[in-house]
Design a protein around this ligand. Structure first.
Ligand code: CP
Ligand code: NVA
Length: 308
């Protein structure tokens, strides 16, 4: 491969048109799959999947997505690779680039992701870092638009911890013209990098502490676990984040037709109650399903396929 590979690392690396293209392709691939059609767009391509942390959705949806497109996957964990014996990420990338056609990695350090991508001559896909979860938010936007039409101008509320999924929502709001109100406690507010992204999003994103203010008139309420992978202060987090639980009363303060999303896995009774996550406004399982379709479009994009 010549030139810079087509990585998928962060939503901010893309133009709105590129993201729109991937979302359209995702919907087309979903329609085809429902009709039993599986175009073999990535026939014989091999995707290596490296997981430094646990995963259910990302692992299974990338694996199944590649198979549906005619490709194959290799499932690897950092622990069983020489990465755990201090082989560098750049050397790993240079070696893997000689074997496989693309790499998807879940690794906590975003700088490590960038190191891998910088040394890789094949596309690298971000399967979650502490700083971003762009594949998730592509699926989330797709899910919103299937249910409520264009996200442009929609009012979105993020309630709870400020984390990787929230960061990718900040990026999506900026690029796709949504309005995002973020309610997080001061103790678990955005770090400097995330604050800079929020500022760069201008009037698209507002930061506050009061969850009631954030959900007012929202078309979509989103939360996530209070304890992300890599967090160590679980007891303190559960104490401080308690007022941010999404329960029926908080949902009732959102817009009448507001949707509820959560990337899963959920910690029922903590960040969300059963009534909400299993209630009529929740689209969490459609959201999980759309990981498959959105990622198939992302996979096509990194291999240079933008339309059917
Ligand atoms: N939402 C998400 O990324 O789920 P997994 O951790 O199961 O992959
Ligand atoms: N914010 C969560 C997302 C899990 C899919 C975490 O990083 O653990």
């Amino acid at each position: 491969m010549t030139g810079t590979p087509r990585h998928f690392l962060n939503l901010l690396d893309f133009t709105p048109e590129q993201l729109r293209g991937m979302l359209s392709l995702a919907s087309e691939l979903k329609e085809l799959l429902k009709k039993g059609e599986r175009p073999l767009l990535l026939k014989d391509k091999v995707l290596a999947m490296i997981f430094e942390r646990q995963s259910t959705r990302t692992r299974v949806s990338f694996d199944v997505g590649m198979r549906q497109l005619g490709g194959q996957t290799l499932m690897l964990t950092g622990q069983e690779m020489q990465l755990s014996r201090e082989e560098t990420l750049s050397d790993t990338a240079r070696v893997m680039s000689r074997y496989v056609d693309a790499i998807m990695i879940r690794i906590l350090s975003h700088d490590d992701l960038l190191e891998l991508a910088g040394a890789s001559s094949v596309p690298v896909i971000n399967g979650l870092t502490r700083r971003a979860h762009p594949c998730q938010v592509m699926a989330d936007v797709m899910t919103f638009e299937e249910n409520r039409g264009s996200i442009e101008g929609a009012k979105i509320a993020w309630v709870g911890d400020s984390n990787n999924v929230m960061a990718s929502w900040v990026h999506a709001a900026k690029l796709l013209g949504a309005r995002l109100d973020i309610a997080v406690p001061e103790e678990y507010g955005p770090d400097q990098g995330m604050l800079a992204d929020i500022r760069a999003a201008g009037s698209a994103v507002r930061l506050m502490e009061d969850p009631h203010e954030a959900v007012k008139d929202a078309d979509l309420v989103i939360t996530d676990t209070w304890v992300s992978m890599g967090d160590t202060d679980e007891v303190e987090r559960r104490r401080i984040l308690k007022p941010y639980r999404v329960n029926p009363n908080l949902m009732a303060e959102a817009g009448k037709d507001a949707l509820f999303m959560h990337c899963l896995p959920a910690h029922r009774g903590d960040e969300v109650t059963d009534e909400v996550i299993d209630g009529p406004q929740s689209v969490v399982f459609d959201e999980a399903e759309n990981r498959l379709h959105a990622q198939k479009a992302i996979l096509c994009w990194v291999f240079g396929i933008e339309t059917l």
